[in-house]
Every structure is written in C-alpha cells, then in structure tokens.
Design a protein around this ligand. Structure first.
Ligand SMILES: Nc1ncnc2c1ncn2[C@@H]1O[C@H](COP(=O)(O)OS(=O)(=O)O)[C@@H](OP(=O)(O)O)[C@H]1O
Length: 383
C-alpha cells in the first residue's frame, strides 16, 4: 500500500518533470520564433546609435519618436500612394535612447514606445525597403519639423535618427542602410532625413546608385538666418566659440566673407543644387520653404504630400501655434496625453549679431539666392 503510494508519487514526479521540460521547450521555441521575426533585435542600443547621440545634429528625441513609429499598429493604406521597390526583408535594428527628463510640451514617445512595452506585432509585418523619398537638406532648414509632420501620415514610415549613410557610413554597404529602415507595407513610403547630404559632393551619385527615381526634398531657409542658426547650435555645445562675425568675415576691415566656414558655405544653395542636378532631373526635387513651414505648416505640408503622391491627410487640423515655443506644434493626437512640439534644440533663441555683419552677408548671398530662384523656379523672397 505504502509502496504503491510511492510509485504514484514517483510517476506523478516524472509527469511533472516532463511537463516542465515541455514548457521550457515551448518557451525556447517561442523566443527563437520572435528572434527570427525581428523582435529581439529591438532591445539593445547599438554602437551606431550611441555615436549618433554624440553627433552634432542629433536630437535625442528623434530616436524615441522612431521607437514609437516602429511600435505603432499597421496603419490603413491608401490605394493611390506610390508603390515600393524592394521586397526583401531582414532583421530589425531598433535604436533606443536612454531615458531623459523632458519638458511636458515636447515630443515624448517614451511612454508609448519602449521596446519592452510597446512592440506591437505590426513590427513583424512588412518589408524593409530603401527609401523612395529622402529629405536631403538643408541643415537648420526645418528638416526635423518636416519629417515629424510627415510621420503623422499613415502611409509614411521614416527612420527617426539621421542615418548619414550617403555621407559618413557609405562603406557599410547598402544592406546595412536598408536594415536601418522601418518595415513598410505595400503602398507605404519609406523615408529618412539627413540634411548634410545636400552639401556632400558624393551623395548624388550614391543616392542614384541606390535609386535613381528617388524623390528628393530640400527644406531651404534664408541663408543668413540659417547661418546664425547653425552658429547658435555650435555655440550651444562650445560656449568658447569665437564670435559669429569673426568666423563669417575673413577680415573685419575688408568685410570679405569667409566661404570656407561651413555655416556660410551651406547657404550657397545654387552651388549645391548644381551638383545634384548632374545626377537627378529637377522634377525629382521639392523645395520646401523653411519660413512657410513655420508660418503655414498645413499649406507647405499640402505641397509635400502632393509631391509624394500621398492623399492630403496632414492638414491644418493637426497644427496649433504654441505661443511658449513660438512655433507650430502638433495637436494632441486622439488617445495621447499631450500635444507635441519639437525639443529644446529646435527653436533656440539666436544671439544678437551686429546689423552691418548681417547686411554684409545678405549682400553676399543675393546673387546666389537669385540663381537658386531661377534654378528651382521658386522665389523664396529672402531679399
Ligand atoms: N515646428 C517647429 N518647431 C521647432 N522648430 C522649427 C519648427 N519648424 C521649423 N523649425 C525650425 O527648424 C530649425 C532646425 O532645423 P532642422 O530641424 O533642419 O535642424 S537640423 O539640421 O536637423 O539640426 C529651427 O532652427 P532654430 O530656430 O535656429 O533653432 C527652427 O527654426
């Protein structure tokens, strides 16, 4: 009697250990399945993203908005949106920024999009494709605002951080680049923005090697204000920087402009555009006014959506003017807790620059601006 009780307990123990082994195998199998479909890749922060966080133009909010973008459910598609080219899929490489304290009015996607909590199954659907449209410039033109406004569109998926593939990381190869892209479904557009492409000599031929049909967006802003904005950004990281005028002028008595200073050189839009036009026809470009993106974001977004062949989804109902920020911000999306403005690194107050220095720069840019108006067929009214 006692012995048969032992046997029952013994058998029960065996069954229990078998169940345990079975469950462990199910767990391991499930883990590998998710790894194969890409989810495990989301957690670690790559060396590359850390490098970007240290980079001059990098906005820490950007990566987290990318996490949100990759985590949101698959959006509804519009049949009239352009179709994608590449169809091959590969593993995800999410980039996750360390949490930082954010002011309540800034873009904050940490709550909704942490890799542990927010990874929806939509992440496993779709295909990583090369971008069909790229915001190639210009630095300090308003490129971040444009990309974030575009990301509201259900048919646009974009890399949050700047990949810098066609200028800095080209030797990593096209597959590396495609792996950075979010997955898209048919009819969705893949996008990225790296404003330094516009002034990179090799970028046009490299972009053409990837996709000669790519649509190219350039956000342009008065080159004088742009130069001051560029200087303000550098100054914020290096408070010991010499004055704007000492960098902009070769010699204060002659008043000659130093075109070797990147803050000045980037504003020679006609010169950079000439380089791009050797590889792409003008019809592939859309020039967005950085000024109108602030004064009339919905109007400018209408042009951008038309250019991309998208239905006009982003409209004036998405924006409001935030008096504190001094810029348009996105209205509180349904189901979200707060409205969204760009971070502190966008819309910084500019230092006072002597008016004669600004005037000297204006005179210097005038012929280049006019040449650019002729080339682009648009008068931006900077002078
Ligand atoms: N909605 C909104 N919110 C905040 N800022 C806005 C917005 N729209 C355009 N801008 C202008 O964008 C300027 C920064 O440009 P970029 O995003 O291209 O800068 S960067 O090259 O990525 O560093 C930034 O320049 P500064 O004002 O000099 O900081 C802004 O003037």
């Amino acid at each position: 009697m006692g012995c048969s009780g032992c046997r029952v307990r013994f058998n029960f123990g065996k069954v229990l250990s078998k169940v345990f082994v079975f469950l462990t195998m199910v767990l391991i199998f499930t883990y590998f399945f998710y790894c194969l479909t890409g989810i495990c890749h989301s957690a670690p922060r790559t060396l590359y993203s850390q490098r970007q966080a240290l980079d001059g133009d990098y906005d820490v909010l950007d990566d987290r908005s990318r996490v949100l973008d990759n985590a949101r459910p698959a959006p509804r598609l519009f049949p009239d949106a352009p179709s994608n080219q590449s169809r091959t899929g590969s593993a995800d490489t999410e980039q996750v920024d360390a949490p930082v304290q954010l002011p309540s009015h800034t873009w904050d996607s940490t709550k909704e999009g942490t890799p542990s909590s927010g990874m929806s199954v939509s992440n496993t659907f779709g295909t990583k494709r090369f971008p069909q449209a790229i915001i190639i410039g210009v630095k300090k033109g308003g490129t971040r605002a444009l990309l974030e406004f575009l990301r509201i569109h259900p048919d646009v998926r974009a890399v949050g951080a700047e990949p810098h593939f066609f200028d800095r990381f080209y030797d990593k190869g096209l597959e590396w680049y495609r792996n950075l892209m979010p997955r898209t479904l048919d009819g969705q557009i893949t996008m990225e923005k790296t404003p330094s492409y516009f002034v990179t000599k090799e970028a046009p031929s490299r972009v053409c090697t990837m996709n000669c049909k790519a649509k190219l967006i350039v956000v342009v802003r008065d080159p004088v204000t742009r130069a001051v904005s560029d200087y303000t950004q550098t100054l914020s990281k290096n408070p010991g920087l010499p004055s704007f005028q000492s960098l902009a002028l070769k010699n204060s008595s002659t008043g000659l402009i130093d075109t070797t200073w990147s803050a000045v050189r980037i504003g020679l839009y006609a010169k950079h555009l000439e380089n791009w036009l050797q590889h792409f026809p003008l019809s592939h470009f859309l020039f967005v006014s950085g000024e109108r993106l602030v004064s009339d974001p919905a109007g400018e977004m209408g042009r951008v959506q038309d250019f991309l062949g998208l239905k006009r989804v982003v409209s004036d109902k998405h924006f409001y003017f935030n008096q504190t920020k001094g810029f348009p911000c996105l209205k509180k999306p349904e189901g979200s807790s707060r409205p969204r403005c760009l971070g502190k690194s966008k819309g910084r107050p500019h230092p006072q620059i002597p008016s004669e220095v600004l005037q000297r720069l204006r005179d210097f840019y005038k012929p280049f601006n006019h040449h650019f108006y002729q080339m682009s067929g648009q008068n931006f009214g900077w002078d």
